[in-house]
Design a binder for this molecule. Structure first.
Ligand code: SIN
Length: 372
């Protein structure tokens, strides 16, 4: 028979030990269930995979053929093709569009922006991965980089070979993208692109090869990091403003973006494409100029006249790398032009579209080209 003293001491221990045992049992069951489904207890909550189409979801009638149709496979089949994803995070899928990204436009950008924002606002979603065609991936990445309002990781991923091609690159790209999205270090870096074992910033990346899987490059500042079968590391951070630091936001009322045309510089350039853009109602014109953002005298004169009427003219370059600065061979101050600095024509167009929702003052817009 225990002494009253002993009995008094044992009573609280028994009271505590029952709930503790229950918690321990619950934890053990959770670990067994998690390991059965291949998930880790320390992994993030949900990584949402949004699919828009592209070659990553493309199919060909027989592997080894050159032809294929982009955007045929659903988001569910993209996820099913990489069972290893569930070892990284709990993945869910949502189909936003099923296009080849040559058909990406402002309407789908706005839908994608709203879908991504919705998912990022969910407390149980830690990151978003967006499967996208590579043709306009850099543009969508940059548009989202300037308009999303979240520090959570957002990673665009694609493929150069269709899903059922010989040596398809999509599954490894999707795996690496999901790993990057799950990294704590990926937070606050703005929108990222992961392709072919490389991580790129949205303000830098561009497609450089028509068919090779090693196509996405950051020619001015270099890649943001690298991956090796899911072992991903970042190099230096981006200095460009983005997401929560961006002054651009798109309200629910916005249904389109201002029309901005790109005209391409070449030997013998005439004013005809500039006239065409103005006739179509362009509020801004980006010149993919030769060399350091240059163009013929007739083109310069036509653009100077356009700038005087309030159309914003931005000089970028067709060269593929380098910086277009003000007042080098073209007197931007006198002509009222904006220099694109590091932005290639397709990215300059997006920044100008967003800028024109606020102002058409070239000086104010030039400041934006410094910081974004
Ligand atoms: C596309 O951009 O949709 C086609 C090309 C690709 O995804 O690589």
């Amino acid at each position: 028979m225990p002494s009253p003293q002993c009995h008094a001491a044992d009573a609280p221990r028994r009271l505590v030990s029952k709930p503790l045992a229950a918690i321990a049992l619950l934890l053990a069951i959770t670990m067994v269930v998690l390991s059965a489904i291949g998930a880790r207890a320390d992994q993030p909550n949900i990584t949402m995979i949004l699919a828009t189409g592209g070659t990553i979801a493309g199919t060909q009638t027989a592997a080894g053929e050159p032809g294929y149709v982009a955007g045929k496979d659903s988001v569910a089949s993209l996820i099913e093709a990489v069972p290893e994803l569930k070892k990284i995070a709990d993945v869910e899928g949502r189909q936003v569009s099923d296009i080849g990204s040559q058909n990406m436009d402002a309407k789908i950008w706005l839908e994608l922006l709203r879908a991504t924002s919705e998912e990022l606002a969910r407390p149980d979603v830690d990151a978003v991965v967006i499967a996208h065609g590579t043709d306009t991936m850099e543009e969508t990445a940059y548009f989202l980089n300037l308009t999303l309002k979240s520090d959570k990781p957002v990673v665009l991923v694609g493929a150069m070979r269709p899903a059922n091609a010989l040596s398809a690159d999509g599954p490894m790209n999707l795996y690496n993208a999901t790993v990057v999205a799950a990294l704590a270090e990926a937070r606050g870096r703005g929108v990222l692109v992961v392709m072919n074992d490389e991580i790129h910033y949205a303000a830098e990346v561009t497609k450089t090869n028509t068919t090779n899987p090693d196509t996405m490059k950051s020619p001015n500042r270099g890649r943001a990091g690298v991956c090796d079968i899911g072992a991903c590391v970042f190099f230096s951070p981006t200095t460009k403003r983005h997401t929560t630091n961006s002054a651009f936001s798109i309200g629910d009322e916005v249904s389109t973006l201002p029309y901005v045309a790109i005209v391409y510089g070449h030997a013998g350039m005439t004013a005809a494409p500039i006239k065409g853009a103005l006739d179509d109602g362009a509020k801004g014109i980006v010149v993919a100029g030769v060399g350091d953002g240059n163009m013929s005298d007739v083109a310069l004169d036509a653009l100077t006249t356009a700038a005087k009427t309030g159309v914003v003219v931005v000089r970028s370059t067709r060269v593929g790398s380098g910086v277009v600065r003000r007042d080098i061979e073209v007197d931007d101050d006198t002509r009222g032009f904006v220099a694109a600095e590091e932005l290639n024509p397709q990215r300059a167009r997006i920044l100008l579209q967003l800028a024109l929702m606020k102002t058409n003052d070239p000086k104010t817009i030039q400041e934006m080209f410094h910081v974004y």
